[in-house]
Design a protein around this ligand. Structure first.
Ligand code: NCD
Length: 354
């Protein structure tokens, strides 16, 4: 049994296959109309969502399956003090596959260790969002025709933007990728993302603050929202919230073939006058989320065998502690604290000495 907790759970060949299936679904949706007949998807959203939850729902319905779930922690037994593990144990008895979003980093790892059905991470705090990356990759394939030899500008909240972390980790496996990381100093990419992906692959990357100066060199511009809900200091959010606004006037020196992406929702970081530019791909990107999630559900429902549960090679270590306040290991009762290469296996952040 397979889970999708982070995008690197899938090989590049599997990602290619998912993209091919999604493209075939777009061509001939009728072929897939009964492909998941009689199956039930659980959508467990402990955090707000529009596109992700609705596109998962639409995907399962388009495959002839059914959907049950909740769209906020308030409407689940979390309010009664139930642990995530207990909730997942129950729901895995009612469903054939689970898509979950949770505010705590590493929550899907906890879920995948107790679930009897595949678990899909639909966003865990400021950590990862692998199905958004699949959506991004489908759009890149349709617009650019390739995953290699691309200069990718990523702009906005690189610190808390989980879609950014997953996209970077996915793209480092292709050749000829250059990243231009555009953010204010306060919202730079976290060290663990740099260490685990950028430094390991030896990818070329630069960290800059000016969006306008970066634009002419880019094949892809990935804009992101400043993640208001993750800031401990609300004054800092107020200061940074309008740090970038892409406008039509700024695209004068951009490549004709530029592909402008955004996981959405947008606030003020892309002016509406960009929407009519043929290079704006973000609404097509959001629509594609339905088709790639159809391909993903089909793949996970088909894959039999042993659960690829996390933590097999991780070790308890009483000399270490995870001090990340957003990590699930800080709040979930009864789970093992596990570390690998000195990092917490749930949130990937460096553990500290007790
Ligand atoms: C993103 C998310 O939830 O991380 N939205 C989405 O799933 N399309 C981006 C965001 O909320 O800014």
């Amino acid at each position: 049994m397979r889970n999708l907790v982070d995008i690197l759970d899938f090989s590049t060949e599997e990602i290619d296959e998912l993209v091919e299936v999604a493209l075939d679904i777009i061509e001939s949706p009728e072929k897939y109309a009964d492909a998941a007949k009689g199956k039930i998807l659980g959508t467990l959203f402990f955090e707000p969502s529009t596109r992700t939850r609705l596109s998962f729902t639409s995907a399962m319905m388009s495959l002839g399956g059914n959907v049950l779930g909740f769209d906020s922690a308030q409407s689940s037994s979390v309010t009664k003090g139930e642990t995530l593990s207990d909730t997942i144990r129950m729901v895995s008895g009612y469903t054939d596959i689970i898509a979950m979003r949770h505010p705590k980093e590493g929550a899907p790892i906890v879920a995948s260790t107790v679930s009897d059905v595949p678990v899909i991470n639909a966003g865990d705090g400021g950590h990862y969002h692998p199905t958004q990356t699949l959506t991004d990759l489908l759009t890149i394939k349709r617009r650019c025709g390739r995953f290699d030899n691309l200069t990718i500008g990523i702009c906005g909240d690189l610190k808390y933007g989980r879609t950014v972390h997953s996209l970077i980790s996915a793209m480092t496996r292709y050749t000829g990728i250059k990243f231009v990381l555009i953010s204010p100093d306060e919202l730079k990419l976290p060290d663990y993302v740099k260490a685990d992906f950028l430094d390991k692959c030896g990818c070329e990357y630069s960290e800059v603050t000016s969006l306008e100066e970066a634009i002419p060199s880019l094949d892809i511009l990935y804009m992101t929202r400043i993640q208001a809900e993750r800031f401990a200091d609300k004054n800092e959010y107020e200061r940074l919230k309008n740090c970038y606004e892409l406008t039509a006037a700024m695209l004068g020196n951009a490549k004709e073939s530029l592909c402008i992406l955004h996981p959405l929702p947008r606030v003020t970081e892309i002016a509406v006058d960009v929407d009519d530019d043929p290079r704006a791909a973000y609404f097509e990107q959001a629509e594609g989320g339905r088709y790639i999630r159809m391909a993903l559900i089909l793949m996970l429902l088909k894959t039999k065998g042993v659960n690829d549960r996390r933590g097999g090679d991780a070790m308890p270590d009483t000399s270490l502690v995870c001090n990340n306040p957003h990590c699930i290991s800080r709040t979930e009762r009864g789970i093992k604290q596990l570390y690998k290469n000195g990092c917490c296996i749930y949130c990937d952040q460096k553990a500290e000495k007790v």
